[in-house]
Ligand binder design. Structure first.
Ligand SMILES: [Zn+2]
Length: 462
């Protein structure tokens, strides 16, 4: 078997691994490249293998950098089977149409402004492609072997991270009837975070593809509930609106959980909370319904008929009319809206309205990538352009760290620590190259592993 690195090679997006034997061609993950333009351009490059000849795709989870190329693959002629977990399928029904919408919007915008190199600018894929991709999804239970070709089968293992996220264990027959296993970590989740069950440990394999996003970093040791409480108490004293930009998947649910817990415990007063994100509202409903994925504490709360993701003081505002009604709202009150880095979505309307007033607070609860409005605000810019208009920043802009869906370096080692056997080969993927080099040294020093860091286009032979 050959495994070619078509994405997430010495970078953190575009996860895509082409598996080939003389009888089978399959993709493990089918992600979009995101971030800087030179990365996003890779989404337009032809694949080294005809999409129509790929028989199946196995998806680890619904994040767009692992799934968002699927509509493009369908557009290029792929018509095979797409395996994922049931919650991943449900999330993709929300995320892929949204990704198509953003693509179509960007192409329209480029045409209006005339800045595209193509004339006219085309979207990478359209809503019809996303819908066609959704029709190919086949949910597979965790821990159940599924054949993807003669002598090749896989099964999913829970990985925490986000709802439905999995690691993939692949087993293939090699010459002489022997079996070899390849383990793809996908994105490794964290321990001791609310809502979802913990990652299942790595059991050992012949070959391991290991993510390394936070391979040289540790999340702060303190519980994010403490800074969250402090920031919200200070914001309440100012009396204004507390605006929290948050990703619709996972971060929004974790935030709602923590806020209701703090309010139930009397650490925070029972403020009104508004969830103003159509996608966040849908994904919160999915998180609530997926009871098989809930951890012990969540199951306990549910048995007492408490849903901390949908507390009684929460109001959801799905329609744009409901959303506009929030413009007349006086504080103190919390508005949670997407996107998490203020790159688009309804949060921009709220920022435009609330940033000029000093009693308001904008509270970021996650990493802000370079080049985003979120980053500019966190770095203290006093004026920011929203929808073509300069907006003065008089509101308090604050940030708390420690909320992440990715295991840090120590947690990755915990995930690896319960193995029954050593891997023969280890390939680091899904990380910045300098981070991967540091993490590779740590794996060599602490576990004695020889570690490879394959680049885009490299092929590993089993
Ligand atoms: Zn992910």
């Amino acid at each position: 078997m050959e495994i070619s690195i078509l994405g997430a090679g010495r970078c953190v997006t575009g996860s895509k691994f082409l598996l080939r034997t003389d009888k089978v061609a399959a993709l493990l993950d089918c992600g979009l490249f995101q971030g800087p333009a030179e990365h996003r351009r890779r989404n337009w490059q032809p694949l080294p293998f005809a999409a129509s000849r790929i028989g199946s795709v196995v998806l680890t989870h619904a994040h767009i950098d692992h799934s968002g190329f699927l509509p493009r693959l369908v557009r290029q002629g792929f018509a095979g089977r797409v395996f994922c977990t049931k919650p991943t399928k449900a999330l993709l029904h929300v995320l892929l149409p949204d990704a198509a919408h953003i693509n179509e919007e960007e192409a329209r915008y480029a045409n209006r402004k005339g800045y595209s190199k193509h004339a006219p600018a085309l979207p990478l894929f359209r809503l019809a492609d996303a819908r066609a991709a959704l029709r190919l999804l086949e949910p597979v239970p965790f821990q159940t072997w599924t054949e993807i070709g003669p002598g090749i089968r896989f099964r999913f293992h829970r990985q925490g991270h986000i709802l439905g996220a999995a690691a993939v264990e692949l087993e293939t027959k090699v010459s002489g009837g022997q079996r070899k296993t390849v383990y793809f970590s996908g994105d490794v989740g964290r321990y001791g975070v609310p809502i979802l069950r913990e990652p299942e440990p790595y059991p050992g394999s012949d070959l391991l593809f290991l993510e390394s996003t936070y391979g040289n970093r540790l999340h702060p040791g303190s519980d994010p509930r403490e800074p969250l409480t402090d920031e919200i108490r200070a914001a309440i004293r100012r009396g204004g609106i507390i605006l929290i930009p948050a990703f619709a998947v996972d971060r929004t649910q974790e935030l709602l959980y923590m806020l209701s817990e703090l309010m139930m415990d009397g650490e925070l007063p029972n403020l009104p909370i508004y969830l103003d994100s159509p996608m966040g509202i849908e994904t919160t409903a999915l998180y609530s319904r997926a009871t098989t994925e809930h951890d012990v504490e969540m199951r306990q709360l549910f048995s007492e008929e408490i849903n901390p993701m949908l507390p009684p003081n929460l109001e959801v505002t799905p329609s744009s009319r409901d959303s506009r009604r929030l413009n007349a709202l006086d504080g103190p009150a919390i508005i949670i809206s997407a996107s998490g880095m203020a790159t688009g979505g309804r949060i921009l309307h709220h920022l435009k309205l609330r940033l000029p007033e000093q009693q308001n607070t904008v509270l970021f609860v996650g990493y802000q990538a370079a080049g985003t409005k979120g980053r500019r605000l966190v770095e203290g810019e006093r004026e920011i352009k929203i929808h073509g208009q300069w907006v003065p920043v008089h509101a308090q802009v604050r940030q708390i760290s420690g909320m992440s869906a990715h295991a840090d370096a120590d947690e990755l080692l915990v995930w690896l620590s319960r193995r029954d056997r050593e891997p023969d080969r280890v390939c680091l993927v899904h990380g910045e190259y300098t981070v991967q080099q540091e993490f590779a040294r740590r794996l060599t020093d602490e576990l004695g592993w020889r570690v490879e860091i394959p680049d885009l286009g490299d092929t590993i032979r089993l």
